[in-house]
Design a protein around this ligand. Structure first.
Ligand code: TRP
Length: 355
């Protein structure tokens, strides 16, 4: 996967790192809201990188159930039901609890405590200007009824990051303002309490491009209903590929077709290991004489080859959910020990009375 080095114009947001700058000293924190099973877009955008990064440095992977509740308070079962699903997806793609500390957010109540202290270090105006949250509020149609928990989730996310003194946080471009806020809070804490207890982080952003949805939409997402899930069975994957967006002007086989913006080719570029064959197919498609059905047939085979081992591991782990839960519990407990050490330093800096 290619990660480019982007430096933003604004000095305050020079927090974006390239993969080459990851060292064994780095501490990574990343995670997902458990609101549904993970899909190919997650794989391309983050899971693949996590499997590689866990070999290089310390990595925490959080299942953010409390953050998920900030906009699902009326659907707690949805969050609950997806915790082990997400854990299974992690295990299936090769994120290992031996190499990464996979943890459940609610299993570390210290994060909630740190969130409470952090809420005092940011003002309401700053929170309301956060472009990430502003967009999300609009998308969710909250209008004037934004849950306070949702509105302040970036502060909770700052606590996730700060409690492990994470140095690198892999996120999509859209989450960069949240990390800027997180760094501001951390710097304010250190300055106000005259300590160097907490650490600022850098964002690690993928620039290999988003994987489009099967409908051709720029982004694959659960809410748009255009996703292929890591847990989809073969027949569903084949059906989804058949329905995929191609070139609407490519009507007859002999018509010249367009490869750019053609979802089937976008996927082949990402998943087909035979790049020479993909280049040849593109040429033929552009000239005319290559049916959509043939390209889709190839993509179905390519995705099958990619998903078969993932599905196999998922099924093996799913056969013993009790064990999967124990793995998560053990890993969470280990991560909690680290968070507790940081919280001790934080309480000390704040002069909290220890009873
Ligand atoms: N906000 C992330 C998401 O929507 C999940 C998340 C919670 C996270 N805390 C984090 C990501 C800390 C990176 C760092 O999926």
């Amino acid at each position: 996967m290619i990660l480019l080095h982007i430096m933003s114009e604004r000095a305050s947001s020079k927090i974006i790192s390239s993969r080459e700058s990851v060292s064994s000293q780095d501490v990574i924190l990343t995670g997902d809201r458990p609101t549904g099973p993970l899909h190919l877009g997650h794989y391309v955008g983050s899971l693949k990188a996590r499997v590689e990064l866990q070999e290089i440095c310390t990595q925490y992977v959080l299942i953010a159930d409390m953050q998920a509740l900030t906009d699902n308070a009326d659907k707690p079962h949805k969050v609950r039901d997806n915790v082990l699903e997400v854990m299974l997806d992690y295990l299936a793609v090769g994120i290992s609890p031996e190499k990464s500390a996979i943890y459940l957010q609610s299993g570390i109540p210290e994060t909630a405590e740190l969130t409470m202290y952090f809420l005092n270090l940011v003002n309401v105006g700053r929170l309301s200007r956060n472009p990430t949250v502003k967009n999300e509020i609009q998308q969710r149609g909250f209008g004037n009824e934004v849950p306070a928990g949702f509105w302040t989730y970036p502060v909770n996310q700052a606590a996730d990051i700060a409690q492990f003194k994470a140095t690198l946080v892999p996120v999509g471009q859209d989450q960069v303002p949240i990390l800027e806020l997180s760094n501001d809070i951390v710097r304010t804490f250190n300055r106000m309490y005259n300590r160097s207890v907490l650490r600022a982080c850098r964002a690690l952003t993928p620039t290999s491009g988003l994987l489009p949805g099967i409908d051709g939409n720029l982004k694959m997402s659960k809410s748009l209903g255009n996703a292929i899930y890591l847990s989809d069975p073969s027949d569903i994957v084949a059906k989804k590929v058949k329905s995929m967006f191609t070139d609407p002007n490519h009507i007859r086989v002999e018509d010249p077709g367009q490869v750019e913006g053609n979802t089937v080719f976008s996927y082949l570029e990402v998943f087909d290991p035979d790049t020479a064959e993909v280049a040849r197919l593109k040429d033929q498609y552009r000239r005319g004489g290559l049916a959509d059905g043939v390209v889709k047939g190839r993509l179905t085979d390519v995705l099958e080859a990619f998903l078969t081992p993932i599905r196999k591991r998922r099924t093996e782990y799913a056969a013993d959910l009790g064990e999967v839960k124990r793995m998560l519990a053990t890993s969470t407990e280990r991560a909690r020990n680290t968070a507790q050490r940081t919280l001790k330093e934080v309480r000390d800096a704040l002069g909290i009375v220890e009873l």
